[in-house]
Design a protein around this ligand. Structure first.
Ligand SMILES: Cc1ncc(COP(=O)(O)O)c(C=O)c1O
Length: 425
C-alpha cells in the first residue's frame, strides 16, 4: 500500500508535474488597461476607470450605488460611520471572522459584541444575535464566511424588529445570492474586499454597495476626505478642483480612495468573475457529493435559499472519531502533504485571536474604564467557534475549485487515503 505522503509515501497529487490552477488570473486585457492608465497620466482621484468599475459593480451586485475604496477594512469602518455608529453603540458580529470585522467597530469607538456561529455554516447564529441585543445595539455585521451565507431572512427580520442597521461583510461573497439577491444588496450596506486572495482582486482594494442615497452620499464623502460627491452634471463642478463645493465639505474624513491601476484590473476581473463563480460552484457541489460519502467528513450546509453560492475558501467539517482519533491538526497536515496545497484551519475565534487585541492600544481605545472592560474580547464565550476552529475545520483556497472535475476526485481520494491510514499517524 502507498504510505501517506507525510511519512514518506507518494502524494496523491504531484504538484510539480500537475500544479493547481494559478491565482490570481489575468491576461493581455489587464496589461492593456494598466498601460493605458499609465499613459493617460490619470492615476487616481475619481478617474474614468474607477467610475466605470463602480458602474459595473453596482450593476453586478444589483444596487443603485457602488463605491470603490482602498481595502475591505476601511470599507467596514466607513460603513459604520455612514450609519452614524460611534461611542455608546453596540455592534453585533460573529466571533468567527477576520479581525477587521471587529477592529473597525473599535475604530469608530463603538463596542463589538461577539456572538457564536451556527455549527453547519460557521456564520452568525440568529438565535445568538437575539440573546445579545441590548438597548445600545445599533447594527449587525453578518459575515458570509468562506462558501456559506448568513441567514439573511432571520437577520433582516431581527434588524427590523429592533431598528438595527445591517452591514453585510461580503469580503468572501462577490456574486453569491440569497433568494436571488446578491450579497451586498440585502442589508443597508455591503462591504467588499479585493485583497489578493479574494475572488475578485486588484492586490488590494475594496468596495461599498447600497441602495440608499443618503448612505451613498456619506460613504462617498467619507472615502474622499469629506468632500461631497460630484454632481451628476459635471458643469456644476468647480473646475479648479473638479469637485462640487456648493455646500462645502460636510464630513470630517480621510483619504480612502482607490487608484486607477486597481480599477483597471478590477474592471477586467469582474468580466471574468461570473464564469469563474460558475465553475467553482459546479465543482463545489460535485466535491461535496463525494465528501458526504466519507465517514467523519461533513460538507458545509447549503441552505436552499442560497440561489448562487460562491467560494472564497472551500471548507468542510472533520470528525476525528471516525479517523481513529486523529487530531484535526494532523489530519490537515496529512491532507496538505497529499495534495501539495495548504489545508488551513478556520479563522481563530476573536476572543482568542492574537491579531484582535484591543487591550494592546490603551492610548487609542481606553476611552473610559467601562469601555476598557467591555472591549475585552475574553469576556465572550464562543463554544461553537472554539469547536469549529480547534477541532473540526478544514479550509482550502478557492483556486482548487477552478480546475477540472478530476481535481475534485483527487481531493476526495486524498481524504479517503488519510481515512484509511489514519492509524499510521
Ligand atoms: C471577512 C473579512 N472582512 C474584512 C476583511 C478585510 O479586507 P481587507 O484585507 O481588504 O482589508 C477580510 C480580509 O481578509 C475578511 O476576510
Amino acid at each position: 500500500m502507498n504510505k501517506l505522503a507525510i511519512i514518506g509515501g507518494n502524494p496523491v497529487r504531484d504538484t510539480k508535474t500537475n500544479p493547481w490552477p494559478k491565482w490570481p488570473v489575468w491576461d493581455k486585457n489587464e496589461e492593456k488597461g494598466l498601460i493605458e492608465t499609465l499613459n493617460s497620466g490619470i492615476w487616481s482621484y475619481n478617474g474614468p476607470m474607477e467610475k466605470e468599475f463602480n458602474r459595473m459593480y453596482a450593476e453586478f451586485i444589483g444596487v443603485k450605488y457602488a463605491l470603490s475604496a482602498a481595502n475591505g477594512t476601511v470599507t467596514l469602518q466607513m460603513a459604520l460611520e455612514a450609519c452614524g455608529i460611534g461611542l455608546g453603540d453596540e455592534v453585533i458580529l460573529p466571533g468567527l471572522t477576520w479581525q477587521a470585522t471587529a477592529a473597525t467597530v473599535l475604530d469608530v469607538n463603538a463596542t463589538p459584541v461577539l456572538v457564536d456561529v451556527c455549527e453547519d455554516t460557521w456564520c452568525i447564529d440568529p438565535e445568538e444575535i437575539r440573546k445579545s441585543i441590548t438597548p445600545r445595539a445599533k447594527a449587525i455585521i453578518p459575515v458570509h464566511l468562506y462558501g456559506s451565507f448568513a441567514n439573511m431572512d432571520e437577520i433582516m427580520k431581527i434588524a427590523k424588529e429592533y431598528n438595527l442597521f445591517v452591514i453585510e461583510d461580503c469580503a468572501h461573497k462577490h456574486g453569491g445570492e440569497w433568494n436571488g439577491k446578491k450579497a451586498g444588496s440585502i442589508g443597508d450596506i455591503g462591504s467588499f474586499s479585493f485583497q489578493l486572495s479574494k475572488i475578485l482582486t486588484a492586490g488590494e482594494g475594496g468596495a461599498l454597495t447600497t441602495n440608499t442615497f443618503s448612505l451613498y452620499e456619506r460613504l462617498d464623502a467619507l472615502r474622499n476626505c469629506g468632500r461631497r460627491p460630484e454632481p451628476p452634471d459635471s458643469s456644476k463642478a468647480d473646475k479648479g478642483e473638479g469637485l462640487y463645493f456648493d455646500e462645502g465639505n460636510f464630513l470630517q474624513s480621510g483619504n480612502y480612495r482607490i487608484t486607477e491601476f486597481q480599477a483597471a484590473i478590477l474592471t477586467e476581473g469582474l468580466k471574468r468573475l461570473p464564469e469563474q463563480n460558475r465553475i467553482r460552484e459546479e465543482n463545489a457541489i460535485y466535491l461535496n457529493s463525494l465528501l458526504s460519502q466519507i465517514p467523519g467528513i461533513k460538507p458545509m450546509k447549503r441552505d436552499n435559499r442560497e440561489t448562487k453560492e460562491v467560494y472564497y475558501n472551500f471548507s468542510f467539517r472533520y470528525d476525528k472519531k471516525e479517523f481513529k482519533d486523529l487530531a484535526v491538526q494532523k489530519f490537515r497536515a496529512a491532507l496538505s502533504a497529499e495534495l501539495g496545497i495548504e489545508i488551513a484551519a478556520s479563522y481563530i475565534p476573536l476572543n482568542k485571536c492574537s491579531l484582535y487585541a484591543p487591550l494592546t492600544k490603551p492610548a487609542r481605545h481606553k476611552l473610559s474604564e467601562y469601555y476598557w472592560e467591555i472591549i475585552n474580547p475574553s469576556r465572550f464565550n464562543l463554544p461553537v467557534c472554539d469547536r469549529v476552529h480547534y477541532e473540526e475545520s478544514a479550509c482550502v483556497h478557492h483556486k482548487v475549485l477552478m480546475g477540472p472535475k478530476s481535481d475534485m476526485d483527487l481531493i476526495a481520494e486524498a481524504i479517503r487515503k488519510v481515512y484509511q491510514q489514519a492509524e499510521s499517524l
